[in-house]
Design a protein around this ligand. Structure first.
Ligand code: GLY
Length: 399
């Protein structure tokens, strides 16, 4: 284990419990504002404003509500039935909104159907058998299939399907694919699985560099489908390792292995994870790009730490006990730092859960606008809660 990690403490059970209970307090206090509306993707001065169900990120908030629901249900000695009812009621209102969104094709011309529909509607179907959730999630899976390019064998991330400048995939998409595997199982139709398998193969063959850092995005030739070149969108520069991209790679490889059982994905997971760990700063929470480390004044991306922790905890379910214990130990060390140094502990300073995340940071070498920098981000909050619940019980994932 890397020296940075050796002397670090792991999060302990009572701290996990305390952290989850704070999350539940924060979420239940926010429900009046965020039931018919959703928190925006990122906070401003650490407070989320309400938004309609239009961005790629709204499913994470419903996912937070579902995790809170699970914890409250598991602890009837602490919470009254009215708390459970209010969480379930809010999640149902939101699943109606997700069904309306997909049926009316509102902002669904992109690949983020998994991020939107797995933690909201698949979760609702798994937890309470919601038929609304089921119908919405199948429609979302169908929508995602429409992004598939049979020539290049990948799902196009963004933009109109006939634009050569958009003929690319991005590493984030790996975590959209569990929706397709779920749809394959639910419908018995293998087309969803075939597309997901093909996309994973194309993505992993091209996104991972020789040193196991990762490209954020990768372009293909629109006529032949041949791999063309890697580039960044949200990273510092094309050849650098965007911290959240590397974290999407860690979690994406764990889910890729979970659904395909291809042994080579375990090996790739180890290498991509090793790159992530080897480039961590002293407090184990990455700066927004691995171009930067201790001593830098650049902002952190705490969400990338939570995403990678969830990936390690997922992969720990699929490997022999000694390796699983190592992944869990590393995950518990990173989570302790998040909990000690980044988590919100006072509802008067933020209506989110984790501070110091970075959504879109402008650099001299990227084309990003500057927003959600050194703020709470809604997926950062969600994956922090997922990491906590994964360490507190044998959690049945929404993905
Ligand atoms: N999937 C978009 C992002 O990570 O910012």
């Amino acid at each position: 284990m890397k020296n940075t990690l050796k002397n670090k403490a792991t999060i302990y059970d009572s701290q996990i419990k305390e952290a989850l209970e704070f999350c539940i307090k924060q979420i239940t206090e926010c429900l009046p504002e965020f039931t018919s509306h959703f928190p925006k993707a990122y906070s401003e001065k650490n407070f989320y404003a309400p938004t309609e169900n239009v961005d790629w990120t709204t499913g994470f908030w419903t996912g937070e509500i579902w995790i809170a629901y699970e914890y409250v249900k598991d602890h009837p000695e602490k919470y009254g039935p009215e708390v459970l009812e209010s969480l379930e009621g809010a999640a149902k209102v939101q699943m109606d909104s997700f069904l309306y969104r997909i049926e009316n094709e509102i902002e669904v011309d992109h690949h983020d159907m998994g991020f939107l529909y797995s933690p909201s509607c698949v979760a609702g179907y798994k937890l309470i058998g919601s038929e609304v959730g089921h119908r919405a999630a199948i429609l979302a899976a169908d929508r995602l299939l429409r992004r598939y390019h049979p020539v290049g064998e990948f799902l196009q991330a963004w933009g109109p399907m006939d634009q050569p400048e958009n003929y690319r995939l991005i590493i984030d998409c790996l975590n959209n694919l569990p929706l397709l595997y779920w749809a394959a199982d639910e419908t018995g139709d293998s087309k969803y699985r075939e597309v997901a398998d093909k996309h994973i193969h194309t993505a992993l063959s091209n996104l991972i560099r020789e040193d196991y850092s990762t490209w954020h995005t990768f372009f293909f030739d629109p006529v032949t489908g041949a791999p063309d070149h890697g580039a960044t969108c949200q990273g510092y520069r094309d050849g650098s390792a965007w911290a959240r991209g590397q974290a999407w790679g860690v979690y994406g490889l764990a889910t890729a292995y979970r659904y395909t059982h291809r042994e080579e994905y375990i090996d790739l997971f180890d290498h991509v994870l090793e790159y992530f760990i080897d480039h961590l700063p002293e407090d184990l929470v990455p700066f927004w790009d691995f171009e930067f480390s201790d001593g830098s004044k650049e902002p952190r991306d705490s969400s990338s730490a939570s995403i990678a922790v969830c990936g390690m905890l997922e992969m720990s379910r699929h490997v022999p006990a000694d390796k699983a214990a190592l992944y869990r130990e590393i995950a518990a060390k990173i989570l302790k730092s998040l909990c000690d140094n980044y988590a919100v502990k006072d509802t008067s300073i933020s209506n989110g859960l984790v501070l110091h995340s970075t959504y879109s940071n402008h650099s001299p070498y990227n084309t990003c606008n500057h927003y959600g920098v050194d703020e709470c981000n809604i997926w950062g909050d969600y994956f922090y809660m997922e990491a906590l619940i994964r360490l507190s019980k044998d959690w049945q994932q929404y993905w």
